[in-house]
Design a protein around this ligand. Sequence first.
Ligand code: MG
Ligand code: ZN
Length: 178
Amino acid sequence: MPDKYIVLDRDGVINVDLFDYVLKKETFEFEKGSIEALIKLSKNNYQIIVATNQKCINLGLISAEGIEKINNFWINKIKELGGDILHIEVCPHRDEENCNCRKPKTGLLIAAEKKLNINLKESYFIGDKLSDLECAVSHGCKPILVKTGYGSRTFSSSYPKETKVFENLKAAVDWIIN
Ligand SMILES: [Mg+2]
Ligand SMILES: [Zn+2]
């Protein structure tokens, strides 16, 4: 079976959004059912790409290496349990830097496509913020909103009409796979 790709936001989707930055691995807490969901995607030949805004880096709250350590920590946990994360793209920039990668811009997806020589158009993109959904639509991905993290707030405002909505990552993945 050919590989399929799926894009996931991190905070509020995979892990509990602290409504603050995750600056150490001890405060990285998986959302209920998200470990199971990630493993299910892997077992069903989905290659997982994570696209995450982490302006805490350029705010000087943590180094890029510090963020990488936190990501290695949770990705290793998923690997130990039989899942995999193919690739993670991080935007370190603050809003006012006006970079090309901070979502809703699509630079993270373009960077992943170039590095991996893949195409993410038509892939699902699961996020909790409007910026995730807008990024998905701009790039030609299929937007999915989860109600975890900022998701319930996003759900009660306006978002792209083609968006599918689920309670959490687990419910979204169950729908995708079944
Ligand atoms: Mg998020
Ligand atoms: Zn950026």
